[in-house]
Write a protein that binds this ligand. Structure first.
Ligand code: KIV
Ligand code: ZN
Length: 515
């Protein structure tokens, strides 16, 4: 194989906070984005695409703050091919020790029709915008969106222009998840073989999973010479998602014998990040998802269990601890002290300062008063509830009392803070949850429609916490709210209000979402 060398490094570019957040409903709060970025940085991600600064004031603030706090990772922002986008992107990422501007334009025939540019006109735009970005920042990534459906000769031409204008990374997006592994590899090899200056840049692969081939395509691209993989935690992303970070990282590790490429990722942090992204995005990981699914290391059949007890390698190609899945039997309860709580949270990947621990400990005790045994999943739900932006949210629940039972009507007596002002209402409905949602709507009228209401028990038993997920839609904007409590109705109220708070954030976004 032409490009296969001994143990080469492959850069991991994580776009959970940008492409991942573009999944309908996956909007993340400011605090959640900062926490995820910190974990990605700690895990060894080379480049974090922190957002799309021109999209909204919220995106801009998040990218700037992530840039300021970054330690090791390059911090990248996305911008369309115009000076205003690029300037705004630079304003946000310039605070990073290692900033990067990523600019893109759709080059395929279909995408060229949108700005209505001829091939020559688009080539000029590429030259001007990449030059402009490079005058601001030494590290510039350029992407021909829908590259896999762009005429190959035109792709050679525009990639050459971008390289000459100063792009340091050329990303080849399979925007609609259309390509297949061999074709994807051939595309990277032919660009490397035919574009003058190709040896001076890093080629990146950016795959979507519409045909379920995103991971295979990304790995094939690496074998053909791509040295940056663009991916997201849990494969989060528009439609069927992006290449899953955990899959490419573990595939390169487990099959290093045939794919001799290294990443800097500390894989023991994968599980924690996966849980965190699932919780904040509201996109639960499917049970049989590779690497991070609940069943990825579970063995049900007798033959498998017997084999596993004799020798784990019989049915396991990697160990649960490799991805940070600790097998612990320590269960906490109301007599557990701060040290035990801290140790347990550290096991789950949370490093807490003394003040944070104090706060969580109070919540933990409240939960332990209502629930005999506290499991890992309870603690994760607790950590998520406490990490949401509650105190900065415009809408907050202050007090809730619900009357329900066989003799209706079920009623909710609700007090809320709306932009700091307290209001109270009593409302009835068809059941306790409906009456609570009606009460919220009375206090905060809106036209968003409820698309999904889902309840999951976090653990077993009648005292288990319930995690409620609520999905709402307003004028094509979708948001997801999630909350956990031992009282299902309280969890429902909080999840509903979380979704509405996210909707308020989404209302500020101006840029069309689809790309
Ligand atoms: O899928 C895509 O084409 C993108 C680009 C903006 C890189 O996400
Ligand atoms: Zn994409």
């Amino acid at each position: 194989m032409k490009y296969l060398k001994e143990q080469e490094n492959v850069l991991i570019f994580d776009t959970t906070l940008r492409d991942g957040e573009q999944s309908p409903g996956a909007t993340m709060s400011h605090t959640e984005k900062l926490e995820i970025a910190e974990l990605l940085d700690e895990m060894g991600v080379d480049i974090i695409e922190a957002g799309f600064p021109i999209a909204s004031e919220g995106d801009f603030q998040a990218v700037s703050e992530i840039a300021k706090r970054s330690k090791n990772s390059v911090i990248c922002g996305l911008s369309r091919a115009n000076f205003r986008d690029i300037d705004r992107c630079w304003e946000a990422v310039q605070h990073a020790t290692k900033p990067r501007i990523h600019t893109f334009i759709g080059t395929s025939p279909l995408h060229r029709q949108i700005p209505n540019l001829t091939m020559d006109e688009m080539a000029d735009v590429i030259h001007e915008t990449v030059t402009h970005a490079r005058n601001l920042c030494e590290n510039v990534q350029w992407s021909p969106m829908d590259a896999t459906r762009t005429e190959i000769e035109y792709l050679y031409r525009v990639v050459e222009i971008a390289i000459k204008a100063g792009a340091t990374t050329i990303n080849i997006p399979d925007t609609v998840g259309y390509t297949a592994p061999r074709e994807c590899a051939n595309l990277i090899s032919s660009l490397r073989d035919n574009v003058p200056g190709a040896d001076n840049v890093v080629f990146a692969t950016h795959c979507h999973n519409d045909l379920g081939m995103a991971t295979a395509n990304a790995l094939a691209a690496v074998e053909a010479g791509a040295r940056q993989i663009e991916c997201t935690i849990n494969g989060l992303g528009e439609r069927a998602g992006n290449t899953a970070l955990e899959e490419v990282v573990m595939a390169l590790r487990v099959r290093n014998d045939i794919m001799p490429y290294q990443t800097k990722i500390d894989s023991t942090k994968l599980m924690n990040l996966s849980r965190m992204v699932a919780t904040v995005s509201g996109f639960q990981v499917q049970y049989n998802k590779a690497i991070v699914g609940k069943n990825a290391f579970a063995h049900e059949s007798g033959i498998h269990q017997d084999g596993m007890l004799k020798n784990a390698e019989t049915f396991e190609i990697m160990r649960p601890e490799d991805i940070g899945l600790a097998e612990t039997s320590l269960v906490l309860g109301k007599h557990s002290g701060r040290a035990a709580l801290r140790a347990k949270l550290e096991d789950l990947g949370f490093e807490l300062g003394d003040n944070q621990l104090k706060d969580i400990f109070v919540r933990f005790k409240e939960l332990a008063d209502r629930k005999k045994e506290i499991y890992d999943d309870d603690l994760l739900a607790l950590m998520h509830n406490s990490s949401s932006d509650a105190e900065h949210d415009s809408l907050q629940i202050k007090k809730l009392r619900v009357v329900c039972g066989t003799d209706g009507p079920q009623t909710a007596d609700l007090t809320m803070l709306i932009d700091g002002v307290e209001s109270r209402v009593e409302a009835s409905g068809d059941g306790p949850v409906d009456s609570v949602f009606n009460a919220v709507k009375n206090l905060f009228p809106h036209d968003a429609s409820l698309q999904l209401y889902q309840v999951h028990a976090v653990t077993e038993g009648t005292d288990a916490q319930a995690t409620v997920t609520v999905r709402m839609e307003e004028k094509g904007k979708i948001v997801v709210g999630q909350s956990s409590d031992t009282d299902t109705v309280v969890a429902s109220a909080k999840a509903y209000v979380t979704a509405l708070n996210k909707l308020l954030v989404r209302r500020q976004k101006k840029v069309p979402e689809a790309m």
